[in-house]
Write a protein that binds this ligand. Structure first.
Ligand code: GDP
Length: 468
């Protein structure tokens, strides 16, 4: 297919959603206003909402059908597999140098003081820099807070042949081209910054990725996780056993409810009802396409009370979740060996789900979403976040480009011209996003459909020598 066709197809799909966010949320506001002054309007508004929703579902259905009837499904599957094989081959080549004694290395310590999702993202960032600077990544993980014995207890070593940090010359970042071993700090203290940080994708892959995938950076992160998280046999066995025991079956929606220490500090509280309203809508829509024997969710949370609450309030749902979660409930045992399997399992189950409902402010859900990309040619639209849009901690500015002009119609809206760059702060899921116009410095709201993502690329090496 030509690239423009694939981009258009995805754009119509996401802007259909945006249109509905706008109309639905405007009508809900109108209902609140009508409540006091014109209660006789409420029925009419409800009627528009319910008919509008049917229109919306029908449009979504037809756009999705397009992907099935256009004849490119086989191509999409093959292209996704080819792209993945290409980068996985390069990763193996980089990580298994012929001579470890002379190989250039980048050392990354898994000692960032944060949760599991955050540590995975730390490792992924290290890998991006390693790939970009063509240095073999050495992951130092002895004493890791999630497993004192280290990463290799649960995942395959990141190299089969080269795990020693030894070398002739050492330096902290940035070092020199010919420094053999360079120590990489955490992304927050990286100075100077590297060109290979998110949201940059490798320039040589960009044309193909832009055609294949709705959010190339998520694909790129997903590929690195695919390499890093190759499980040891006993990890695979544990996951298999848990999946069988819990009765993991499709269709299934993955719901992640992040509570405890996150609420009020890094994220706002969202009631279970809010998550479930999106799950309900997912299934209402799915029922247009297939018979749904049972509405099913996989529920992951750091707060064990959520699972009990859900089972009580949603008896018509089949709810599966890890009941041993109570072990991870107290913040003192959260970041420990004993909680490692629970979080590996939850992330795995979320990533295996058909759709994710969660808060992207949590790295747990973002990791699940990234891994999910490995199971489909393009899973970039298989989520609903209650708060943030996708981001990568420590990323460079996320810019979008205006494709339509915008004149403010209400207080708080911004002005832009076609071609203006806007740094996105977030989507308010009501048809509007917030951002800063890079040209005018104006901060404000703008209709999300009037922009498109600006894909960032960097000149990563292309590893052409590996075929010689
Ligand atoms: P964030 O703080 O939500 O952005 O994500 P992090 O992964 O950095 O830290 C949160 C930590 O809380 C995780 O690593 C887990 O240890 C724990 N946690 C959060 N949500 C869940 C969950 O759904 N299941 C389990 N088992 N643990 C969780």
């Amino acid at each position: 297919p030509n690239t423009q066709y694939e981009i258009l197809r995805r754009r119509i799909f996401s802007n259909t959603k945006e249109m509905w966010y706008f109309i639905n949320s405007s009508l809900k506001d109108l209902k609140k206003k009508a409540n006091g002054i014109a209660p006789e309007l409420i029925d009419s508004i409800n009627y528009i909402i319910s008919m509008g929703l049917e229109h919306h579902r029908s449009l979504m259905f037809d756009i999705e059908q397009l992907e099935i009837v256009d004849g490119y499904s086989v191509w999409r599957e093959k292209e996704a597999a080819d792209m993945s094989n290409l980068v996985q081959d390069r990763f193996r080549y980089l990580q298994n140098p012929e001579n470890c004694k002379t190989a250039r290395k980048l050392v990354c310590s898994l000692n960032k003081g944060c949760g599991y999702g955050c540590q995975l993202h730390h490792a992924v960032y290290c890998f991006m820099v390693a790939y970009g600077t063509q240095r073999t990544l050495i992951l130092k993980s002895k004493g890791w807070r999630y497993h004192k014995a280290g990463w290799e207890e649960v995942f395959k070593p990141v190299s089969d042949t080269c795990t020693s940090i030894e070398g002739d010359s050492f330096s902290n970042w940035p070092g020199h081209e010919d420094t053999q071993v360079i120590n990489l700090p955490i992304i927050d203290s990286l100075s100077p910054r590297s060109p290979f940080l998110p949201l940059a994708i490798p320039e040589d892959l960009a044309p193909r990725l832009v055609r294949l995938h709705g959010d190339p950076i998520v694909w790129w992160v997903g590929q690195i996780l695919k390499y890093l998280l190759r499980p040891q046999e006993k990890t695979t066995a544990m996951i298999q056993e848990a999946m069988t025991k819990m009765g993991f079956k499709r269709p299934i929606v993955g719901v992640h409810v992040r509570r405890t220490d996150k609420v009020g500090t890094e994220a706002a509280f969202h009631g279970l009802e809010e998550y479930m309203s999106h799950v309900d809508e997912y299934y209402n829509y799915l029922e247009l396409k297939q018979v749904v024997d049972k509405r099913r969710i996989y529920l992951a949370s750091d707060d064990p009370k959520v699972l009990l609450e859900a089972k009580k309030k949603y008896p018509h749902y089949e709810i599966i979740g890890d009941p041993s979660i109570s072990k991870t409930a107290s913040v003192s045992t959260r970041y420990s060996d004993s909680s490692l399997f629970g979080i590996i399992l939850d992330i795995h189950m979320l990533s295996m789900s058909d759709y994710l409902v969660c808060t992207f402010s949590s790295q747990v859900c973002r990791v699940a979403y990234e891994i999910m990309q490995n199971y489909y040619p393009d899973a970039s639209a298989k989520f609903r976040s209650l708060d943030d849009i996708y981001y990568y901690g420590g990323q460079n500015a996320h810019n979008v480009v205006a494709v339509w002009p915008h004149e403010p119609k209400k207080n708080g809206e911004m002005h832009f011209a076609v071609g203006d760059l806007i740094g996105v702060a977030g989507n308010h899921w009501n048809g509007f996003s917030k951002g800063r116009n890079v040209r005018t410095n104006q901060i404000g709201f703008y209709p999300t459909f009037k922009v498109k993502d600006k894909i960032q690329t960097a000149k990563f090496p292309t590893y052409s020598e590996m075929y010689k």
